[in-house]
Design a protein around this ligand. Structure first.
Ligand code: SF4
Length: 892
């Protein structure tokens, strides 16, 4: 099929509009309301064209391209109409191009220039006030052309549903939450509207005056925060080696151009003056600056000394879910091949260790089974123990899109009424730590009512009879007394879930951070096998990984029992392969975990720790105990970008490069390996982590000569079957989801299609167990912990952006009922007490949390939630029970 535009033959693909065809053939048609991400709105009429045989001037963005069509794009009638439209839009506002932030990238300016409009012909409207009230977004209605892109983006992409069209006729304006200043509205500052705005009406407030578009360089990289793995574009001022603004990368496979406010605005940490710039050695109780040579020599001699006196297992290392795959691979190689111990672990122990333990036994692989793009194919989504819109915001957008499109129904179970609960068909708050009883009861109903997928269970699973016998003892009435959820709600949820042709489950730390973490995850695996949802596009069991490379750090073998690709250290054939490649002998006994290394340090058995980019002084449970353990060590090395609470206790501190300052690959929550090139220079003498590890390894006698991360990834591919086909040359902007065993393999978006990795899926009978510490007379409330949208993990990075701090500070969420009973009002300072200690913080009295439950975010050192949490561990995964302990609240 072909058509003619201005005499030029252009071929057509089915479903293309005239605008699509013109753009595909390099023909300029001005547009203002059209944007590829939101499609045709047909409002601005700037893209009108003349079509032979048609009356009037149709809009190219809405007109379907047809075989034989003859289009005139530059006829006098078209030019006259376009000029009038653009002239009217210019005249209706105040477009002070000289000082506008959008100068050079404004689409109205471009259209006016192309149409030869020098100044507006009509009388300008009276000026409107500028809304500067929001933290990150400036709104100037004088430059708004009412194209509707921002409203469409807010409703159909991020589905925050804040912006709308207000008032009538020539008074029409974009309004926030009815009509309040943006800063007073419920806008979450994701910035999608800014990214879509064609003019200077919506701009990044902090980028004002910081650089014109033609002065800035663009560099594509990855977000350093959560596990979604959003691709983004840094707009850099090369004269200052500084980031001016961030936009979402249109081609991002996980984020499709969208970002949350951390990814878009939380980049101040990179340029902060507190960055570590030289190595530091502790001397007489304080740090002195030193050279790399002295620091590395000192570390090597102290590590050798500890190994000589106490043996290799007196040494240990925490790898980092923030560092690249290459860096984690080298770190675990350093611990195993150079120091001779398997005592290597990282913060996955504190988030998804239970997932890895349960799913590797149930399915044969511990990772998220499905991809983000498949979410829209789900008929039902169960969200349990995941505040998705706060902790994994862009996946939250995709789930909301699926619901708003009308195909997908949501079931949400969470002790707090998370924002997604407002869109759910069924929402209920279970008591913290009762998930097994709830899930067993759902399966009870599904089996009893014959709603399960019998053929799938018979062909693909084992252990059904044991599971059936166990769940038979959980009728909804019994589960109701355990969970606090009405028996009929459990029945309705079970029926809705089981009747869906395709149902997906999403979960996070609300499921995993329990002494029953493995049981909880395996119960979800049981449910998904029972309903035949594993190995299906849009279905699956989807653990949302917390950090940008926590999946990769696990894949790279930064775990005490496996080498890269989950190859067991206890398997002689595996060890022989690595020993041959590395030219050394490897330890064969699984090592200690993060949590048991802290215990061993407290007991004087672990004498030295090397910590790369982790901050256990805020992330571990029972912080007083953690501090005691770290202070017991003979030698502590910390490699990080800031002098964190943990680094402050170290004997040597090494300055590392941040993500945009080094090259590497990172594996997101959907197992997609993505490449991030270097965009900036590290500050001072800071180095990429892989270079630091190599220097220390060489000082300890290793013959390592890696010249680039690419060489390390090639070694990873040669030793790791699931990464066998992954190399820098293949990653591009889309990356590859593992398993990708060969160089011509396309990657695997959905796991366990046809059969489970282990052969048959293993169902398991799981009895309900109570959490380790229950409320009592002295501590009558249940404390649970988690994240806020605006902050991240231990705050090392987000707390360096002042705007994020102004949006979210420390707090304890308490129910209206509990607050009234205790005589506590909103914003009052209260003391929260557990058996481990106490903190003082502001009360946030809310109806979003159930009576009897408290929620404290763990980001804030001044009100450190983990001072309060219990160090009780899941017996298999050794993950702490961050999500349940007994507490009380006192007035101060
Ligand atoms: Fe970054 Fe996660 Fe936000 Fe994406 S959703 S921008 S990866 S923090």
């Amino acid at each position: 099929m072909a058509m003619i535009i201005d005499g030029k033959p252009c071929d057509i693909r089915p479903g293309q509009t005239v605008l699509d065809v013109a753009r595909a053939h390099g023909v300029y048609i001005p547009t203002l309301c059209y944007h590829a991400k939101i499609g045709a709105l047909g409002r601005c009429r700037v893209c009108v064209v003349e079509v032979e045989g048609m009356t009037g001037l149709p809009t190219a963005c809405t007109l379907e391209a047809k075989d034989g069509m003859i289009v005139r794009n530059r006829s006098p009638a078209v030019t006259r109409a376009r000029r009038l439209m653009v002239d009217l839009l210019l005249s209706a506002g105040r477009h002070d191009c000289l000082s506008c932030e959008k100068n050079g990238t404004c689409e109205l300016q471009q259209a006016a220039y192309k149409l030869g409009i020098e100044r507006p012909s009509f009388e300008s409207a009276s000026p409107l006030p500028v809304d500067d009230s929001a933290e990150f977004i400036a709104r100037d209605d004088n430059k708004c052309i009412h194209c509707g892109r921002c409203i469409a983006g807010c409703h159909t992409r991020v589905v925050n549903e804040i912006l709308g069209a207000g008032f009538r006729a020539r008074h029409t304006r974009v309004v926030c939450d009815g009509d309040v200043p943006m800063g007073a509205s419920s806008c979450v500052q994701c910035g999608e509207c800014v990214q879509l705005c064609p003019t200077g009406a919506l701009t990044d407030k902090r980028a004002r005056g910081a650089g014109r578009s033609w002065e800035l360089q663009k560099a594509e990289t990855l977000c350093p925060y959560c596990g979604v793995g959003c691709r983004l574009v840094l707009h850099l001022d090369p004269t200052r080696n500084a980031i001016v603004r961030v936009t979402g990368a249109d081609e991002g496979p996980a984020n499709d151009g969208m970002l949350c406010l951390k990814g878009r605005y939380g980049f101040d940490f990179v340029g902060r003056s507190e960055r570590l710039t030289t190595p530091l050695i502790r001397e007489n109780g304080s740090f002195r600056k030193t050279s790399w040579d002295e620091a590395v020599r000192f570390i090597a001699s102290r590590l050798r000394d500890v190994r000589h006196r106490y043996g290799p297992d007196a040494l240990g290392g925490f790898a980092s879910a923030k560092c690249s795959n290459e860096e984690n691979f080298l770190f675990m190689k350093f611990l195993r091949a150079v120091l001779g111990t398997n005592n290597v672990d990282h913060c996955a122990r504190l988030c998804h260790a239970s997932t890895v333990a349960a799913l590797s036994q149930a399915f044969g692989s511990g990772a998220m089974t499905n991809d983000i793009a498949g979410i829209r194919h789900a008929d039902v989504i169960l969200i349990i123990g995941s505040n998705t819109t706060e902790a994994h915001p862009v996946i939250g957008y995709v789930i909301k899109q699926a619901v708003r499109l009308g195909k997908t129904k949501l079931i949400v179970f969470d002790p707090t009424r998370i924002p997604l609960a407002d869109m759910a068909e069924i929402y209920a708050a279970q008591r913290c730590g009762t998930d097994v009883a709830l899930l067993n009861s759902m399966m009870h109903v599904i089996i009893r009512e014959n709603l399960y997928d019998k053929a799938y269970v018979a062909e693909r699973c084992e252990g059904f009879d044991e599971l059936k016998a166990e769940v038979a003892t959980y009728p909804p009435e019994r589960a109701a007394t355990i969970t606090g959820i009405d028996a009929d709600v459990i029945r309705r949820a079970a029926r809705l879930f089981a009747s869906a042709p395709t149902a997906a489950v999403f979960f996070a730390m609300g499921i995993t951070q329990h002494t029953t973490g493995v049981d909880n995850v395996w119960s979800l695996a049981n449910l998904q096998m029972l309903c035949g949802n594993i190995g299906k596009v849009g279905g699956g069991l989807n653990p949302l990984r917390g950090q940008n490379n926590v999946q990769g750090a696990c894949d790279m073998g930064a775990l005490p029992n496996v080498l890269s690709g989950y190859q067991s250290v206890s398997d002689p054939a595996v060890r022989a392969k690595f020993e041959k490649a590395w030219g050394c002998l490897l330890p064969d006994k699984p090592g200690l975990t993060v949590t048991t290394m802290i215990e061993a340090a407290a007991a004087g058995k672990l004498r030295s720790l090397y910590i790369m980019g982790e901050n256990p002084m805020l992330s571990e449970p029972d912080l007083h105990h953690t501090e005691h353990a770290l202070r017991q060590l003979d030698f502590l090395v910390v490699q990080d970008i800031f002098l964190t609470e943990t680094a402050a206790l170290a004997h040597v501190v090494l300055p590392a490069a941040a993500l945009p300052e080094k090259e590497g690959t990172y594996t997101n929550t959907e197992r997609r390996v993505q490449h991030a090139p270097q965009a900036l220079e590290p500050p001072g003498e800071a180095l990429p982590d892989w270079k630091i590890i190599q220097r220390v390894a060489r000082a300890m006698g290793a013959d390592w000569n890696y010249r680039s991360p690419k060489e390390i990834l090639d070694e990873i591919a040669s030793l790791t079957p699931s990464y066998g086909g992954i190399g820098y040359e293949r990653l591009g902007t889309k990356g590859l989801p593992w398993p990708c065993p060969t160089k011509d393999h396309p990657g695997t978006p959905v796991l366990h299609v046809g059969q489970f990795t282990r052969g048959k899926g293993l169902m398991k009978a799981i009895p309900f167990r109570e959490p380790a510490e229950l409320p009592d007379v002295d501590y009558p409330l249940v404390l649970t912990t988690g994240r806020l949208l605006e902050q991240y993990h231990t705050g090392t990075m987000t707390r360096k952006t002042d705007g994020l701090n102004r949006l979210a500070g420390p707090r304890v969420m308490i129910s209206v009922e509990d607050a009234e009973a205790l005589g506590i009002v909103n914003d009052e300072t209260v003391r929260v007490v557990t058996r481990r200690g106490h903190i003082e913080t502001k009360a946030f009295v809310t109806r979003r949390i159930s009576q009897g439950t408290l929620f404290i975010p763990f980001h804030f050192v001044e009100a450190a939630a983990n001072t309060l949490t219990i160090a009780a561990l899941d017996p298999i995964a050794k993950i702490p029970e961050f999500k349940v302990c007994a507490a009380r609240v006192e007035k101060v």
